[in-house]
Design a binder for this molecule. Structure first.
Ligand code: MF3
Ligand code: CO
Ligand code: CO
Length: 286
């Protein structure tokens, strides 16, 4: 990323406390956001509503997911939920993605495509990742489901530790921190267990589109990367592999979307949409 591209521009009014804080950090050589990465209160309200509807959609999946079900049926639930709530499923037709939701089973890291042939078995760990828009505002979140309620101790630990990674990343996300502070907190926790943090995919700004700047990396060094300031809305969505952090695209996927762990060991992911506030992050996908 070039430093020049990002400059904090004053709004033309008296500089606020936040303006002064950001300009000071910029002077210290920190990469600062641009003003368009900070949402207005009206936009935040819209995103909050979309986040709530998106969570309702995942709750509907949670009520119905069961062994013997295929992942196309999960897509059907999400489509139906969107229809009933005046929401647009954001993934459908996004850069050629053919379905409304991502369903990623076991060694599938993310972007799994729902299909009739993928029948859920007891002990499968499945990520369901939904993004939708309401009135042009976007919410994005994902959860893990353990099919049949139990799996191997190894996979159970992976699912639990990945959720802890999300929570620790959110805890590290303080106003005027950097993206590297979040990534570091996640990486340290995952690597304690010998897990690999996926690097080829990341969290992102969200709100007026599904994917906005900046990228939120799930690894890194404290104090590096862009500063996060109140009013920014972004996801944290660590993908944690039981083995190597490397990934590849499934050559059997005609759409070229499905991401698989490099050693085909299980992978887990949890995601929330967050608003940065004056004190820390607020979850918008509850
Ligand atoms: N929901 C995903 C994310 O967290 C985006 C999926 S894009 C798709 O960023 F096209 F694969 F659906
Ligand atoms: Co998502
Ligand atoms: Co996302």
């Amino acid at each position: 990323m070039s430093r020049k591209k990002y400059r904090w521009h004053l709004s033309g009014q008296e500089p606020t406390e936040m303006d002064l804080h950001i300009m000071q950090l910029e002077k210290e050589g920190k990469l600062v956001p641009t003003r368009d990465m900070v949402k207005t209160p009206e936009q935040i309200e819209g995103i909050r509503i979309a986040g709530r509807v998106n969570t309702g959609c995942l709750d509907a999946v949670a009520r119905e997911i069961h062994e013997g079900m295929n992942t196309q049926e999960i897509d059907d639930i999400c489509m139906q939920y969107c229809r009933e709530h005046n929401a647009v499923p954001a993934c459908l037709n996004y850069e050629g993605f053919p379905k409304s939701v991502c369903t990623s089973i076991n060694e599938v890291v993310c972007h799994g495509i729902p299909k009739k042939e993928d029948v859920l078995k007891p002990g499968d760990i499945v990520n369901v990742d939904m993004t939708l828009s309401v009135d042009g505002y976007y919410g994005d979140a994902s959860r893990m489901f353990i099919i049949g309620g139990a799996t191997t101790p190894e996979k159970e630990q992976l699912v639990r530790v990945t959720k802890e990674c999300l929570d620790l990343g959110a805890e590290a996300a303080k106003p005027y921190c950097t993206i590297g502070d979040i990534g570091h907190a996640i990486q340290v926790h995952a690597e304690k267990y010998g897990y690999g943090v996926v690097r080829d995919l990341c969290g992102h700004g969200v709100g007026l589109a599904m994917h906005e700047e900046p990228d939120i990396l799930h690894y890194g060094r404290p104090g590096t990367g862009m500063v996060l300031v109140p009013g920014m809305v972004f996801t944290i969505e660590p993908m944690i592999n039981m083995g190597t952090w490397k990934v590849f695209i499934d050559s059997d996927d005609p759409y070229g979307w499905e991401v698989i762990s490099g050693d085909e060991k299980p992978s887990a992911q949890w995601e929330h949409t967050f608003l940065m506030t004056e004190t820390g992050v607020e979850i918008l996908s509850y």
